[in-house]
Design a protein around this ligand. Structure first.
Ligand SMILES: [Zn+2]
Ligand SMILES: [Zn+2]
Length: 179
């Protein structure tokens, strides 16, 4: 959850137009997004340019990570490169004159800002809702539990219409048409 990624922005303060390049590791080992459990064997990398835009500091860049996820069909772990976009404003106060309502912003605390939440949020939106190791993954046989990518089983492959067809229930509601 709440990691810490303090960045000293003192070189920027008091000089409109000044920029600062930040290239740092994000202390993040894992995250859960919906049903996806994501592991990072190497810390994700945050690369942003901070710019003094007068009243606020603007942060823009990317966060990159080699993520390990579990395929939701066959349950095998697989690797996926994630690249998130950071586009945030850093301000001493949440002043509506300076920050749009839908703009992501982070507080300036003295001469520093904590960019952990910005990096975490940028990666989080890149995690697929139902990750699959391959779009063609055949998944696990619901009858015998074998991995159908590797094994061919003799189970009957009749579709289970009652549970899989979302319209099956309508069959009972709509009177059959007479020919
Ligand atoms: Zn799979
Ligand atoms: Zn089977």
């Amino acid at each position: 959850m709440g990691g810490l990624l303090k960045v000293d922005v003192s070189p920027l303060l008091g000089e409109a137009g000044a920029t600062l390049e930040v290239d740092t590791e994000v202390p993040l080992e894992a995250m859960t997004v919906g049903d996806s459990h994501v592991k990072f064997e190497e810390p994700p990398r945050l690369r942003v340019i901070l710019a003094n835009a007068g009243e606020v500091i603007v942060a823009s860049g990317t966060v990159q990570a080699a993520a390990r996820l579990d395929c939701t069909r066959c349950l095998e772990p697989f690797d996926l490169d994630l690249v998130g976009t950071v586009d945030a404003v850093i301000s001493p106060t949440e002043d509506p004159e300076l920050i749009d309502e839908d703009q992501e912003w982070y507080p300036l605390e003295g001469d520093a800002v904590d960019l952990f939440a910005a990096a975490d949020a940028a990666l989080r939106v890149e995690v697929p809702f139902a990750p699959v190791h391959d779009e063609a993954c055949l998944g696990i046989c619901p009858i015998c539990g074998c991995d159908r990518n590797r094994d061919t089983c003799a189970c009957r492959q009749e579709p289970d219409t009652a549970s899989e067809n979302p319209f099956a229930v309508l069959k009972d509601l709509v009177p059959p048409t007479e020919d």
